[in-house]
Design a protein around this ligand. Structure first.
Ligand code: CU
Length: 477
């Protein structure tokens, strides 16, 4: 049983000078919003057609006036987008906002830089882009969010983010809760401040990562969930610009982690708390059967009450999880495997990746497709205790080897695309890309990314070289 948060307490976000403590939002409790499941435009055999539209709207969040927000196919966040391994998707990406945006598939193994949806794939106002790809990775909880450079943080703050689930035959064969909104919930963790019920990103901006005063879970403040089944599946996503979530039940009721960023863990892990840095995911099962009808069980982050689970009447159920939970292909490395080193440094406007700021027209490193490299990712800044930088690589899922030469955490044995790196720590990972293209790698504190704590890698096939014409930031915007 894991009974620690597994990160350096000295570097937690609440030590920052600009830290914003969460407060109870005004107004009543609300049933937790559950995003609808996106219906395909059409299905033709193995081919599925979707349309995703970035749009502005209004959302009722606090008492009184509605809040002007952005969303995909709705006023805030987005519908659940479902992909199935082996199927081919044709997605039309439409922009009805009055500024450029991009559609980045965080965690999806997809060709870059245009399909991946990083800053080289702008969709201009009233414009659209069509992408086609076949999903060839295992079941996972990934997500969609904008990635224009350097406006990612503000666009996410305004509401753009959507949960995405990849399923496969193995995951579907498991005895897991899967009634969407009944015993299977997305939990998109965000925080926002409102000014007369409106967002004002510039007013609340913090160069070290913007924090909000109220917790916003799936776009809901003061959320409650009616527990109608003894075992609930919560697909946790840290969708915040900066906030770290240190989740635990009020009574430290244990739960079971079955998945992380890139899919199921090889073995389920028992824990009574979990910390998620920005963009990280965890798929957890909570067994509420020991509570009596009418009881309320509170999920907290630090000392703050986040979600109230109201226990209803249900018949006891047990879930048998197999061991291993999933067979994960191990990426093989040996003493010949090339090592690539990358360094995250600084705080505030001094953040850098390998001593540099991002340049859209500079390729920072190259790696051959389907060839493995070891990446050593360091966080060198320990001033004032330093901070934890969540490191993300586009277009691939990777595997951890060591943290500062030591064993990785028990819930880090699966596929990952984002990892928190403590100050003075080097995390060693195995990276293999299966798709060609140019991909970003960066800190996922969104304001650090926008400041330029980001670089790009070209994944090449020596037999089929591709010439990329990389647009500049000015051209993109
Ligand atoms: Cu950072």
């Amino acid at each position: 049983m894991i009974t620690k948060y597994l990160y350096d307490e000295n570097a937690y976000d609440y030590h920052d000078g600009g830290y914003v403590q969460l407060e109870q939002a005004p107004g009543a409790e609300h049933q937790l919003n559950v995003p609808p499941i996106l219906a395909p435009d059409r299905v033709e055999g193995n081919d599925i057609f979707y349309t995703v539209t970035a749009q502005a709207g209004e959302t009722s969040i606090l008492p009184g006036a509605k809040t002007r927000t952005w969303g995909y196919n709705g006023s805030i966040l987005g519908p659940l987008i479902k992909f199935e391994m082996g199927k081919t998707y044709h997605v039309t990406l439409k922009n009805e906002l009055d500024e450029v945006t991009t559609f980045h598939w965080h965690g999806l193994n997809i060709v870059g830089p245009y399909d991946d949806g990083g800053p080289h794939a702008p969709v201009y106002p009233n414009g659209e882009r069509k992408i086609t790809f076949t999903v060839d990775q295992p079941a996972a909880n990934i997500w969609l969010h904008p990635h224009p450079c350097p406006q990612t943080a503000r666009q996410v703050w305004n509401g753009l983010a959507a949960p995405v689930i990849i399923s496969d035959q193995h995951e579907e064969s498991l005895d897991l809760p899967r009634q969407w909104g009944v015993d299977d919930f997305p939990i998109v963790l965000q925080d926002r401040t409102y000014h007369e019920n409106q967002l004002d990103y510039n007013e609340d901006y913090d160069v070290d990562g913007t924090l909000g005063r109220y917790a916003l879970i799936n776009g809901t403040v003061n959320p409650v969930v009616d527990v109608k089944k003894p075992i609930m599946r919560l697909r946790l996503l840290n969708g915040s610009n900066r906030r770290e979530w240190r989740l635990h039940f009020e009574d430290f009721h244990p739960f079971t982690q079955i998945g992380s960023d890139g899919g199921l863990l090889p073995e389920a892990v028992e824990l009574d708390r979990i910390m998620l840095t920005c963009a990280e995911r965890a798929d957890i099962l909570v067994d509420f059967s020991e509570y009596a009808p009418g009881q309320e069980v509170i999920l907290k982050t630090d000392d703050f009450n986040l979600i109230k689970f109201k226990i209803g009447d249900f018949d006891a159920e047990k879930i048998e999880l197999p061991s291993p939970l999933a067979k994960i292909e191990e990426i093989k490395v040996d003493s010949e495997t090339p090592v690539f080193k990358t360094v995250m440094s600084g705080m505030d406007d001094q953040v850098r990746l390998d001593g540099k700021l991002f340049d859209m027209q500079r390729i920072d490193t190259r790696q051959e497709v389907n060839k493995t490299q070891i990446w050593e990712i360091s966080n060198t800044n320990d001033m004032d205790g330093g901070m934890i930088h969540p490191f993300h690589i586009h277009g691939c899922q990777f595997q951890l080897i060591k943290r500062n030469g030591k064993e990785v955490n028990p819930n880090e044995h699966g596929w990952k695309d984002t990892i928190g790196v403590n100050p003075n720590e080097t995390v060693t990972i195995k990276v293999r890309f299966t798709k060609l293209g140019i991909f970003m790698y960066h800190c996922h504190i969104l304001e650090h990314e926008d400041t330029g704590m980001m670089a790009q890698i070209e994944i090449f096939d020596p037999k089929h070289p591709i010439e990329y014409h990389l647009m500049s930031m000015d051209h993109q915007m």
